[in-house]
Design a binder for this molecule. Structure first.
Ligand code: NAI
Length: 343
């Protein structure tokens, strides 16, 4: 339950006291692909702070040497190695337990996540192909947008390579949960550390569906509060894109959210039996093949999808769930078709 409510930082603080973490040994290898970027750099810093990481492999097509040299001076356990360009990708991925992919271009004002499709689809396809060849057992965290399509692309690539394990492929939607928790705590004057809002569906516009009725601790909202909070959570990414005015999209909050998801995955790999996160994954909870929901993580990836959040929805949530399905379905099909038409 603490994992459900707690933030990455709080977990790190708690970890000094918990019996599980007293046994922590730095023994996992994490690779970040796109490590010199706006997300990649702060993400690498946060992962460098993890006591569970023994090696941090940083890959990019440029500028990664300096990032690695800089980070390597932090006196935390992990060894930092840099890898530049396609010829070094296989070495980067060798023996890695968790691969995080924030490679690609971010949005500019006026762009939707889908506008990034043409560039990022190819990048994700290539990188996941290399993951399939070099570390097919790794957990794969996809950050590159449009996540609603890039995760189905990754699944198709892994299938073609004969190594697809749906329990280990994740679209990172943690930022939607992080935002929902923050905005709800502010609106209802709650202690932030206690707040947990499940966010389901996908990771773009109306496909992002915060289930405010399932907020923990239990709290009531007026219809207007539900509408305003839902819209703010759905458009929070655009809020940042506009504030940055052409300089990119969310990077720092995204790095924080991605680091939380990495830490959760490492704790699950390490045998912690109480690890839950929301993620966009292959799913049978709805009639869509991919869907974000809460999942329980274990040593082998997803142990179970958590269906209970989708039961007993309010009328507003039920309608929003039905309304998001056509867009999400189209994004999934776009991703699948992208890979299938090239083969
Ligand atoms: P950025 O442009 O600052 O960094 C991207 C990095 O990827 C650059 O260092 C670039 O050299 C690298 N790159 C490009 N092609 C590559 C390739 N073939 N192999 C390896 N690296 C490559 O962009 P930023 O802000 O870090 O965003 C990255 C992605 O994350 C974007 O697609 C953005 O839309 C997405 N994003 C996802 C979020 C989510 O919640 N899942 C939230 C925010 C952004």
């Amino acid at each position: 339950a603490a994992a459900l409510r707690g933030s990455f930082i709080r977990k790190a603080q708690l970890s000094n006291k918990s019996s599980h973490c007293l046994q922590v040994q730095a023994s996992y290898k994490v690779a970040v692909l796109g490590a010199a970027g706006g997300i990649g750099q702060p993400l690498a810093l946060l992962v460098k702070m993890s006591p569970l990481v023994s090696a941090l492999h940083l890959y990019d097509i440029a500028n990664v040497k300096g990032v690695a040299a800089d980070l390597s001076h932090c006196n935390t356990p992990s060894q930092v190695l840099d890898f530049t360009g396609a010829s070094e990708l296989a070495n980067c991925l060798n023996g890695v337990n968790v691969v995080v992919i924030p490679a690609g271009v971010p949005r500019k004002p006026g762009m939707t996540r889908d506008d990034l499709f043409n560039i990022n689809a190819n990048i994700v396809k290539t990188l996941v192909g290399a993951v399939a060849d070099n570390c097919p057992d790794a957990f794969i965290h996809i950050i590159s947008n449009p996540v609603n399509s890039t995760v189905p692309i990754a699944a198709e690539v892994l299938k073609q390579k004969g190594v697809y394990d749906p329990k280990k492929l994740f679209g990172v939607t943690t930022l939607d949960v992080v935002r929902a928790n923050t905005f709800v705590a502010q609106e209802k004057n709650l202690k932030l550390i206690d707040v947990d809002v499940p966010v389901v569906g996908g990771h773009a516009g109306v496909t992002i569906l915060p289930l405010l009725s399932k907020t923990k601790p239990s709290v009531s909202f007026t219809d207007e509060e539900v509408k305003n909070l839902t819209v703010r959570i759905q458009s929070a990414g655009t809020e940042v894109v506009e504030a940055k005015a052409g300089a990119g999209s969310a990077t720092l909050s995204m790095a924080y959210a991605a680091a939380r998801f990495v830490e959760s995955s490492l704790r699950a790999l390490d045998g912690d039996d109480d690890v839950y996160e929301c993620s966009y994954v292959q799913s049978d909870l709805t009639d869509l093949p991919f869907f974000a929901s809460r999942v329980k993580l274990g040593r082998k990836g997803i142990e179970t999808l958590i269906p209970s959040d989708l039961q007993g929805l309010t009328e507003y949530e039920q309608k929003a769930l039905e309304a998001l399905k056509p867009e999400l379905k189209a994004s999934i099909e776009k991703g699948i078709n992208f890979v299938q038409k090239q083969s």
